[in-house]
Ligand binder design. Structure first.
Ligand SMILES: Nc1ncnc2c1ncn2[C@@H]1O[C@H](COP(=O)(O)OP(=O)(O)OP(=O)(O)O)[C@@H](O)[C@H]1O
Ligand SMILES: [Mg+2]
Length: 390
């Protein structure tokens, strides 16, 4: 039997039965799910890699086991009413096996595949007429060169599966670089032109299994070294474009029948909106919603997964800005500077309990304000302190 960490005490006999929600994964997103689960008195159980996972450290109940092992998944799913996710990298065939055995998954594996496999996503959404960038599957450097002959160098290569925080995405300038990128990918890569990106935006959508959905205001995300660094809510874009982005995101989520929280990442290009990728779980681009929206994306995810009424997605301030706390180059731990950061009035500091390593996402800071510039100033002041620059 797999080890159960932080086992919850047995409730008294007369306690009402609480909904049991399972989350595959126990990192910072599950940790924030847990915060929402406490408020709604949802019994959350996680599948964790081990006792050091961010959500386990925060006290969430967790089964330790390998999510690549069907027996482990089965045992986990049997103990909960609904299985949901905090990451994408679970074998889709195993998920389908759980569904075939009668377990309830949010989202269903057929939808989840659109977030797990970038090639599947491009094909499926492209075929349905949604605006994806031009793309091909490239198995060899020559196929990349053929694509570049039409669209020009550089091109962007992406591992179809398993990438996150920019790992698995490469801008390549020539055939040699393409060969190096393809080397570890026996099934090839997704190749796309290097899109002219005016802005990167994202829309969070929550959808229930009976087809109700709500969308959050459009946010702008700023990436640094392909990792999300700063997010601004609402995105400072024309209202018509924002409406188009929300409509597009809702249409995509409806089309693929996704449930739970979905983040739709979009590029604003000179030719209009283009789809980047989907995440089917709470996402970094929605962290502002904990303090910045009436209902946080984490609470919304629980509500959607349990088919409960969805909450208001309205912002509670004119602007909200989140800046990620990233491990500084000198390896120092932002936690050691928490006291000083807390002196920044209006900065909501979140630390994930992860070991400090250069370049690792260790937390985030959100600030609200009467305008974006003010919120940015507050959030960055706290992050500059945490990362040791101030
Ligand atoms: N076709 C493209 N043209 C130009 N830039 C691109 C293109 N595709 C991706 N990028 C850049 O690379 C970043 C990472 O790409 P993508 O979102 O696919 O990767 P990921 O690692 O799965 O993402 P995440 O950081 O959300 O986990 C994008 O946010 C964007 O800045
Ligand atoms: Mg992305």
């Amino acid at each position: 039997m797999a080890e159960l960490l932080n086992p919850r005490p047995t409730p008294p006999d007369d306690a009402p039965r609480r909904p049991r929600l399972g989350v595959l994964g126990a990192g910072q997103l599950a940790r924030m799910d847990q915060q929402a689960a406490i408020a709604l008195d949802v019994d959350l159980r996680l599948l964790a890699d081990g006792p050091g996972d961010a959500a386990v450290l925060a006290g969430a109940e967790a089964l330790v086991g390998d999510h690549g092992d069907l027996d482990v998944l089965r045992a986990f799913a049997s103990g909960v009413d609904v299985v949901t996710f905090e990451f994408e990298g679970v074998d889709n065939a195993l998920l389908q096996a759980l569904v075939d055995e009668g377990h309830r998954l949010v989202p269903a594996p057929t939808a989840k595949l659109f977030a797990q496999d970038k090639l599947h996503q491009r094909r499926g959404l492209g075929d349905a007429g949604f605006p994806v960038p031009p793309f091909e599957q490239a198995r060899t450097p020559d196929e990349v060169a053929a694509f570049a002959a039409t669209h020009g160098w550089p091109v962007v290569l992406k591992a179809p599966r398993g990438g996150y925080d920019g790992r698995g995405v490469g801008v390549v300038d020539d055939v040699e670089e393409a060969a190096a990128f393809l080397e570890p990918l026996p099934d090839g890569a997704l190749v796309e032109p290097k899109v002219v990106i005016e802005r990167e935006i994202a829309v969070q959508v929550a959808r229930t299994s009976d087809g109700r959905s709500v969308a959050y205001p459009v946010v702008e995300t700023v990436q640094h070294e392909a990792m999300l660094r700063e997010l601004v809510a609402p995105a400072e874009i024309p209202e018509a474009l924002a409406r188009e982005a929300v409509d597009l995101a809702v249409a995509i989520v409806d089309h693929i029948g996704a449930t739970g929280l979905v983040a739709v990442e979009l590029f604003v290009t000179p030719d209009g909106l283009r789809i980047n990728e989907l995440a089917m779980r709470p996402h970094n681009s929605g962290h502002y919603s904990i303090e910045g929206a009436v209902t946080s994306q984490f609470e919304q995810h629980l509500r959607a997964a349990l088919d409960w009424p969805l909450g208001s997605t309205a912002l509670v301030a004119p602007a909200a800005v989140t800046v990620n706390v990233v491990g500084p180059e000198d390896g120092s731990d932002p936690r050691s500077r928490l006291r000083d950061a807390l002196a920044v009035v209006g900065a909501h500091v979140h630390l994930y309990g992860k070991g400090a390593r250069a370049g690792r996402k260790l937390g985030h800071v959100t600030a609200l304000g009467p305008d974006v510039a003010t919120a940015k100033r507050i959030a960055w002041r706290a992050v500059d302190i945490l990362e040791g620059r101030a």
